[in-house]
Structure formats: C-alpha cells, structure tokens
Design a protein around this ligand. Structure first.
Ligand code: C2E
Ligand code: CA
Ligand code: CA
Ligand code: CA
Length: 279
C-alpha cells in the first residue's frame, strides 16, 4: 500500500485524494515521532471481579504530539498498521511495558503477582521474527515471562488459523500468557480455540455495553464464558462502566474485568500510585 500511495491518489476523486494525502502526512509525522520517542504507554487496571483486587494492567499507546497534544490510538494505529510503522511502534511500547512492570515488581511485593498485557497488531503477528523480538525485549528488561501477556484479536488469529497456531506456539514457548482480544466479533469455533495455545479470552466491549439493554448480549457472554471455562481459559470483560454490568458479569462467572468503573487508562506515574494503593 505504501508504494502505490501517490499513483493511487491520482485516480481517486477529490475527497478520497485528501484522505490519501492525509495518510502520507500522518506517515511522515509518525516516522518523526518514532525517532523522537513521542509515544507513551498508558496502563489501565484489570481487576478480579470477585473482590475487585488488582490483577494487572493493559498497556495502551498514546501519542504526546508537540502541537496536537495527547492523541488517542484510534487516530494513529490504523495508519501505523497500513504503513508498517506499527512494527517499530509496537516494539517501543512493548519495551516500555516490560521495563515498567519489572521496576514495579522489584519495588512492590504485590506487583510480583501482576501481569502486563500488550496489544499485538496484525502486521506484528504476521512477522516470523515476532517471538524472537519479544524474547530479546524480555531479556533486556529483566521481566520474567510469566508477567507478560500478549493480546491478539480474534479477527487476526482467524485470518489464517492454521498458521496462527504455529505463531501462538512460538510465543507460548517463551513462557508468556496469551489472550484473544475482542472475542465474539470474529468467527472462531470451539475446535479452533482448542488448537490455539491461549490462556484467556477477552470479551469485546460491545457485548458488555449492550448487556443492560439486550438479553441477547447476556446470552452471548454466558455462552463465551461457559465455552472458555470448559477449555480451561480465563475470561476478561472490557469496557465495564456500571455496577450493574459488573454484577451481571460476576453472576455469569466472568473472571476479570476492566473499564472506567475501575479506572481509565493511566499514565505511568498514576498507574504506579494505583499499584501502591492496592498493596
Ligand atoms: P482495545 O485493545 O480493544 O482496547 C480497549 C479500548 O477500550 C481502549 O481504547 C480503552 O481505553 C477503551 N476502554 C477501556 N475501558 C473502557 C470503558 O469503560 N468504556 C469505553 N467506552 N472504553 C473503554 P484506546 O486506548 O483508545 O485504544 C483503542 C484501540 O487501539 C485498542 O483497542 C487497540 O486495538 C489499539 N491499541 C491501543 N494501543 C495499542 C498498541 O500499543 N498496539 C496496538 N497494536 N494497538 C493498540
Ligand atoms: Ca486489547
Ligand atoms: Ca479489546
Ligand atoms: Ca477493540
């Protein structure tokens, strides 16, 4: 897609051409920002639904833009993905997450039981060198592998399910945890799930947010939790905003939860405060 950029723009109508020009502008700005290390890792707490105790964090990228201020991933991850820059960006975020969790682990007894989750994009997952990259980042940071969890979306693992099995095995061999993100939006069958060496399923927030208005969402979540548990997988629900959603998820035997009810994604120093206060 990168090479065809300019030619493609000529053939498009004006509105679309502006879209392409915008992608090119964002691409060069992204390159500059990667060199300037403008990306930061924010951390959103994940808790045990049974008692609200801290289980770990999900790492979410933020761009500290010199002119635009804080930019959310929805605005730059798609362009980073399309241009391949996500590979470098993903490595920078992974390095930060591992270094941060290792620092907390050495400082707070409670952090010795925490996990840090990092999102892996389609491009990263397609790289045959991914496991080697993760391994060297783990080594450099000193973080024991059992503290790291990688989140890969259901759609990405199902793109080429047989190939994914091998990639997931290579990652699993490092001793890390794996989670299938945005679960319920793709089309995995139980037989595929059984072949994927994964530890967790993360229920997409769209189901959680429809739970209070449609009983269908409740039934979908119930089916996902039952299926996951029968395969010995843990279940995380994201996007929990209300006590009612939390109570429903707990009654459906969902294991872990994450959402604004507990906390927004936090910059590193505030996330560290969260760890301290949880001790
Ligand atoms: P995701 O992995 O599904 O992450 C969950 C998103 O839901 C995050 O959005 C999070 O801030 C948001 N969220 C958490 N709790 C709530 C809640 O209670 N209500 C609502 N409405 N939203 C909630 P965010 O941070 O904007 O990230 C959006 C997406 O960008 C992520 O979706 C993920 O796909 C991608 N992303 C973020 N950071 C990275 C990264 O480092 N690498 C890659 N490859 N993708 C990333
Ligand atoms: Ca995620
Ligand atoms: Ca998700
Ligand atoms: Ca998502």
């Amino acid at each position: 897609a990168k090479e065809g950029g300019k030619n493609r723009a000529v053939a498009y109508n004006k509105g679309m051409r502006e879209g392409v020009v915008n992608v090119l502008a964002v691409e060069s700005d992204l390159k500059r920002a990667l060199a300037a290390r403008e990306f930061e890792a924010y951390y959103q707490p994940i808790v045990n639904l049974a008692d609200g105790s801290l289980y770990g964090f999900e790492t979410l990228a933020r761009w500290m833009h010199p002119e635009r201020g804080l930019v959310n991933p929805g605005e730059f991850i798609p362009v980073a993905e399309e241009t391949g820059l996500i590979v470098e960006l993903g490595a920078q975020i992974l390095e930060k997450a591992c270094a941060t969790m290792n620092r907390w682990r050495e400082k707070y007894p409670l952090a010795r039981a925490l996990t840090v989750a990092v999102n892996i994009s389609a491009r990263q997952f397609a790289e045959s060198s991914l496991a080697a990259t993760v391994e060297s980042i783990l080594e450099r940071s000193g973080l024991p592998p059992e503290h790291l969890k990688l989140e890969i979306t259901e759609t990405v693992v199902m793109l080429d399910a047989m190939k994914s099995v091998n990639q997931l095995k290579a990652l699993k061999n490092l001793g890390i945890l794996l989670s299938i993100d945005d679960f319920g939006t793709g089309y995995s069958s139980m037989s595929y799930l059984q072949k994927f060496p994964t530890d967790q399923l993360k229920i997409d927030l769209s189901f959680v947010q429809r739970m209070e208005t449609t009983t269908e969402s409740i039934e979908i979540i119930r089916a996902i939790v039952n299926m996951a548990h029968s395969l010995r997988l843990r279940v995380v629900a994201e996007g929990i905003e209300t006590e009612r959603q939390r109570d429903l998820l707990y009654s459906l035997q969902c294991d872990y939860g994450q959402g604004y009810l507990y906390s927004r994604p936090l910059p590193e120093d505030e996330a560290e405060e969260f760890v301290k206060e949880s001790e």
